[in-house]
Write a protein that binds this ligand. Structure first.
Ligand SMILES: Cc1ncc(COP(=O)(O)O)c(C=O)c1O
Length: 380
């Protein structure tokens, strides 16, 4: 395990205030509430939950989700799947087709050792690569047909293409046909619920056509996996999926704060993730400089926003690799040199990938530090 500069602070009352910054922090109570809330919602509507591990890349957090009732965890890439399998996680579904031989070989090796991994296939050539690597295996590797319902990233494009792959899997002695995956990313962040439901509805109709074709050919899928936090409320009542892959609900971020997740209620998931920064210079009137810039936050979304009462009413601006600045509100007392400022992350998934540690806090106390152990493992 790598060394955390904050390791010596764990367990001491008030220790979260003395933390070395910039530091990614997790409000433990809110995290646990988010996990419990999602488990309960899935239970109510009869959906299994296989949360996406790409959000947190952290085995400890995935273990918490599984202990609370999740059937496993999704991995975004072959290498993320390898990291989770090596860490002993179960119910791992790698949600991207893995095409690189080195990753296929390693995953086959882990499968032979008993790892609980499923894969997705979106082209006969991908299936061939896996079958080649699995030659001689006595335990078929579960595989889902990845279906493109409108995102045009991966997935079989037509019902006929999906049927061809499902048939290939059904007839394979080395791969086990286990169902279908259909995920659509872009619609997740359509802010207005009705607009999102409309755009996604067209895509779900495509999925229904694929499922009908498979059923008509004796290939009814056991698992239909997909969905994210943005479409959860739609997936929960659509009656199409058997499981949800939602991920961001555990943390939430500035992007998702703008999305109306449910039609007639406020968003049930709270921001549990934030970044603690320190004021490192306060010489310029109207602003203070903090020690968190574009090496601390993903920059693909909106700017981070201020959290808590450390710097109310102020606006964060990126101000270099290692720096940001807080534009002061004339009506509030400016934060002093050396004080901390807490910020919600713009887009949680890529922000996580910039950090080594999640600092778990209860009130003012740092209660634990979890390694972001699948950080930096990319590519399928
Ligand atoms: C395949 C897949 N499933 C599920 C998710 C989780 O979506 P969200 O973070 O919106 O909950 C993602 C996120 O990118 C994804 O790529």
């Amino acid at each position: 395990m790598r060394y955390s500069p904050n390791a010596s602070l764990v367990g001491f009352p008030g220790s979260a205030k003395r933390i070395t910054t910039p530091a990614l922090m997790v409000d433990y109570a809110k995290l646990k509430a988010n996990i419990a809330q999602m488990t309960e919602r899935c239970r109510e509507v009869g959906l299994a939950l296989r949360p996406h591990g790409k959000t947190h890349k952290c085995t400890r957090l995935a273990e918490l989700q599984i202990a609370s009732g999740a059937v496993g965890v999704c991995a975004a890439t072959g290498r993320e799947g390898i990291a989770f399998a090596r860490a002993g996680l179960t119910g791992i579904l790698i949600t991207a087709p893995v095409v690189q031989y080195t990753q296929i070989d390693e995953l086959v090796r882990l499968h032979a050792e008993g790892a609980d991994i499923s894969i997705v296939i979106d082209h006969p050539e991908v299936a061939r690569r896996w079958e080649k690597a699995l030659a001689g295996s006595t335990r078929p590797l579960p595989a889902l047909v990845d279906v493109d319902i409108g995102m045009n990233r991966t997935g079989a494009l037509t019902p006929e293409a999906a049927l061809e792959i499902a048939t290939l899997l059904k007839n394979s002695a080395l791969l086990k046909y286990s169902g279908v995956q259909a995920y659509s990313g872009r619609v997740q962040h359509i802010n207005d619920f009705a607009e999102r439901r409309k755009a996604y509805g067209v895509q779900l109709d495509r999925l229904k056509t694929v499922l009908e074709k498979l059923r008509a050919n004796g290939l009814a899928p056991e698992i239909v996996s997909g969905g994210g936090t943005g479409t959860f409320a739609i997936d929960a009542v659509a009656g199409i999926f058997t499981e949800s892959q939602a991920g961001s609900y555990v943390f939430m971020d500035v992007e998702y704060a703008a999305v109306q997740l449910f039609p007639a209620m406020t968003n049930p998931w709270q921001h549990s993730l934030f970044l603690r920064a320190s004021v490192v210079s306060a010489n310029v009137p109207g602003q203070v400089t903090v020690n968190a810039g574009i090496k601390s936050f993903a920059t693909d979304g909106p700017a981070p926003t201020i959290y808590g009462d450390t710097a109310p009413g102020m606006l964060y601006e990126f101000y270099g690799d290692e720096y940001g600045r807080l534009i002061l509100d004339p009506d509030t007392v400016p934060p002093v040199l050396g004080s901390t400022a807490d910020l919600f992350t713009s887009h949680c998934d890529p922000t996580i990938n910039l950090h080594d540690w999640l600092h778990i806090v209860e009130g003012d106390t740092l209660v634990d530090i979890w390694e972001i152990d699948a950080r930096g493992v990319l590519g399928s």
